[in-house]
Design a protein around this ligand. Structure first.
Ligand code: NDP
Ligand SMILES: N[C@@H](CC=O)C(=O)O
Length: 394
């Protein structure tokens, strides 16, 4: 298999490194022929070029690996590669979340493969696991820690009392964070991953307009308070389905000590699906980083090269977003002057080291996010987290 890598950053260079260093019967068949870099950049390797047409016009190059990130030109290059009869493998969740259906349909029309395991859960074979689960079960529930950077931050704040900004810089230097790390902190990266997962599970391209709340305003004191209550906090994406109705949300969630999520450390992710016959099934591993992500890309290429059969997604369902489907208990830290936003809710008040925390009983997730948008106008440092609802199977 002759490969072109578009974008030679953290992940792209990891792909080249694995192919160069892993001498298995499978990796030996992979050969990096081109590496696309930006115009004007130094071509330090003989394989480097700065014109996509060098790759598109090369009939001997059969697979394109897209690791540039962003929407354009990634979207255009992926379509051009598929239409030129090349398989495409990508780690770019932003572009896949937006154009998943178009890419899959274009690949089918051109009799090539479009694989994107690395987009969701880094090195975890999650997409493959989800596809496999769907051969038997309808998936009615997915939730998980899908972002390595936010997990690294929360875990290090919990275990080492680390400063948010300092630990974010560390996550960036380890190659975990997005080019703009606000995607990791504000929940947009995890939203993309949930969109991809839910779209596959529901055979329907899920739009992005569901509630998203990140971890930007969490404080060390919040973490101490949650610990005092017996909880660990994680940034979570979840989706639930009932018939042709579904709900999706991204928000910080409080897990009791004994849950796997509470013990998911550093850049690790854990993703759970629920199906009727399999029950809860968990996928655990490094969710970000050069080699784990590159590993997922190389696995995709091996599957293409070895002609391994995969589940074929088609977007045949008509699903409807039901904003009332998800209900949760919440804990909110805000100032007294913002309490009015919750006047329709049933809540109790707790004070901890001078901060006021509202414990809010069963409220629709979309309403809670609406209330918080109001609260943040007067108290931009407020924070909220929902409380884990428990496993599906007792
Ligand atoms: N890092 C991780 O752990 C993971 C990343 N991903 C995804 O993988 C993708 C790559 O991420 P990552 O490697 O971390 O990012 P990097 O920023 O490290 O790498 C991207 C590379 O692509 C280059 N590039 C961008 N645009 C172009 C272009 N138009 N032409 C040629 N080269 C270009 C960049 O060059 P320059 O530096 O000059 O901008 C850079 O070298 C992203 O979509 C990311 O979301 C997915 C899972 C995990
Ligand atoms: N920035 C992402 C990278 C992997 O998808 C993350 O931290 O999870």
């Amino acid at each position: 298999m002759n490969i072109a890598i578009l974008g030679y950053g953290t992940v792209g260079s990891g792909v080249a490194l694995i192919i160069e260093q892993a001498h298995t019967p499978f990796t030996k068949k992979l050969h990096v022929k081109h590496i696309l870099i930006r115009k004007g950049k130094n071509k330090i390797l003989s394989t480097m070029c700065d014109d996509i047409h060098t790759i598109l016009n090369d009939k001997d190059c059969d697979t394109v690996v897209e690791t540039m990130g962003g929407i354009e030109p990634a979207h255009t290059y992926i379509l051009q590669a598929l239409k030129s009869g090349k398989h495409v493998v990508t780690a770019n969740k932003a572009v896949v979340a937006k154009y998943l259906q178009e890419f899959i349909e274009c690949a089918k029309e051109n009799h090539v493969k479009f694989y994107f395991e690395a987009t969701t859960g880094g090195g975890i074979p999650w997409i493959e696991g989800l596809d496999k689960a769907m051969r038997i079960d309808e998936i009615d529930h997915i939730y998980g820690i899908f972002n390595g950077t936010s997990n690294y931050i929360l875990d290090h704040m919990e275990r080492y009392n680390a400063d948010f900004d300092k630990i974010l810089k560390e996550a960036q230097s380890l190659g975990y964070a997005e080019a703009d790390p606000s995607a990791d902190i504000d929940g947009f990266d995890i939203r993309n991953k949930l969109r991809i997962s839910a779209s596959l599970a529901y055979a329907f391209h899920v739009p992005e307009d569901f509630p998203v709340y990140g971890i930007r305003t969490i404080t060390k004191q919040d973490i101490t308070y949650f610990k005092h209550l017996g909880y660990h906090i994680r940034l979570v994406a979840k989706t639930k389905r009932q018939g042709n109705k579904y709900g999706c949300v991204v928000e910080p969630v409080l897990f009791p000590q004994n849950e796997i999520e509470s013990n998911t450390k550093n850049n690790y992710n854990v993703i759970t699906l629920h199906g009727k016959t399999i029950g809860d099934l968990k996928f655990y591993g490094q969710g970000a980083g050069k080699l784990p992500t590159a590993n997922a890309i190389v696995q995709d290429m091996i599957d293409i090269n070895e002609n391994t059969t995969r589940f074929e997604t088609s977007f045949t369902n008509q699903m409807h977003y039901d904003k009332s489907l998800c209900l949760c208990d919440y804990i909110v830290r805000t100032s007294t002057k913002a309490f009015g936003a919750f006047s329709d809710c049933s809540y109790t008040l707790d004070t901890y080291q001078g901060c006021e925390y509202l414990h809010i009983k069963k409220v629709a997730v979309y309403l809670m996010h609406q209330y918080m948008r109001e609260v943040m106008k007067t108290d931009p440092n407020a924070f909220m987290a929902s409380i884990f609802e428990g496993e599906n199977d007792d």
